[in-house]
Unconditional design. Structure first.
Length: 70
């Protein structure tokens, strides 16, 4: 089975409320605008907490950054 298929079938290592509190904290105390926050979120969520895999983070960031307003 591919890594992506395995990631989609396992449950996340965080709860909805943990992620919500994290995002509220980033929105409240994060400085530097969206470009800086992307780097902070990568460090925290992928490398530190290991809530999101590198592949998922890269894929989702690329998708979001390709939209209007970036």
């Amino acid at each position: 089975m591919s890594e992506r298929a395995e990631n989609s079938t396992r449950s996340p290592d965080y709860t909805f409320w943990q992620l919500t509190l994290y995002m509220l904290g980033q929105g409240t105390w994060g400085f530097g605008g969206p470009v800086a926050l992307v780097g902070y979120m990568h460090r925290d969520l992928v490398e530190g907490r290991k809530w999101i895999s590198e592949a998922d983070y890269t894929s989702r960031t690329t998708t979001r950054c390709s939209g209007m307003g970036w």
